[in-house]
Design a protein around this ligand. Structure first.
Ligand code: A3P
Length: 273
């Protein structure tokens, strides 16, 4: 059974990650003003946002998303492969990261690079994570959802505590180069969200281009796109293949209440949310 790669108290996936690279990304990675970062706690809709931003960049033309794997279009700054791809890439970069706030490259804070942070109801993050991670070789596999729930509350899951991650990143919400979106709002009104992202990125789309972004980033279109659905994942990373698009559901209001209860009980236990 795989465990985690522990780095300064935070569990990282055991394969494709190295302490030296995480350290380097934190201390040495140099941001450029024109860079765009998609930042999330895992299982919050990261790949959906990547697809949307890629399509905005091509004005709805699907050739790029249908010919290049999603992890190469927007590499992970903290992974071995992603870091190398990013430092060698010229021009504006589309970057992904799950890094907790205090590990994020320092150079970002003196740059004009932009972050899109997607937050999702922790209840759905938890369930999505449980079904995703257990198919991979990246992390320690929980024997049941109850066990995973306990680990989740303690932050003993990949990338640490959801509570700490969101609390720290949300402190950036008033900055001009930080856009906060929720998975639930994107789902409720995807078109308006795409327009909001375009405004944030200073991009203008014609109505037909906007419709193409919407069409090619839909759940069904992404599920059928082998460059985006994780079917190209290699055998060293997953036991029997992966499908990142599981259900794509979002919690009802009553479930959000449950999620808030979860945050509340976490606070009651002496942890700040
Ligand atoms: P579920 O596991 O609940 O289905 P991430 O990309 O951060 O790993 O998040 C994965 C979650 O985002 C999965 O949730 C997946 O179904 C959902 N997702 C991915 N693409 C989506 C899309 N186009 N529309 C709606 N949900 C999407």
């Amino acid at each position: 059974m795989s465990d985690y790669l522990w780095f300064e108290g935070i569990p990282f996936p055991i394969i494709k990650y190295e302490k030296e690279i995480i350290e380097k990304s934190c201390d040495k990675f140099v941001f450029r003003d024109e860079d765009i970062v998609i930042l999330t706690y895992p299982k919050s809709g990261t790949n959906w946002m990547k697809e949307i931003v890629c399509l905005i960049q091509t004005k709805g033309d699907p050739s790029w998303i249908q010919s290049v794997p999603i992890w190469d279009r927007s590499p992970w700054i903290e992974s071995q492969r992603g870091y190398q791809l990013l430092i060698n890439k010229e021009g504006p970069r589309l970057i992904s990261s799950h890094l907790p706030f205090h590990f994020f490259p320092k150079s970002f804070f003196s740059s004009k690079a932009k972050i899109i942070y997607v937050i999702r109801n922790p209840r759905d993050v938890l369930v999505s994570g449980y079904f995703f991670w257990r198919k991979t070789k990246y992390v320690k596999i929980p024997e049941s959802l109850t066990t995973y729930f306990e680990w989740f509350l303690k932050g003993n899951v990949a990338y640490g505590s959801w509570f700490e991650h969101t609390r720290a990143w949300l402190s950036m919400r008033e900055r001009d180069n930080f856009l906060l979106l929720s998975y639930e709002d994107i789902k409720k009104d995807t078109k308006s969200t795409i327009k909001k992202i375009c405004d944030f990125l200073g991009k203008k789309l014609e109505p037909n281009e906007l419709d193409m972004v919407l069409q090619y980033s839909s759940f069904q279109a992404m599920k059928e796109n082998k460059m985006s659905n994780f079917s190209l994942i290699t055998k060293d990373a997953a036991h029997n293949g992966l499908d990142i698009l599981r259900k794509g559901l979002h919690a009802s209001l009553s479930c959000w209440v449950t999620a808030q209860g979860l945050v509340f009980s976490h606070q009651q236990n002496g942890n700040k949310a």
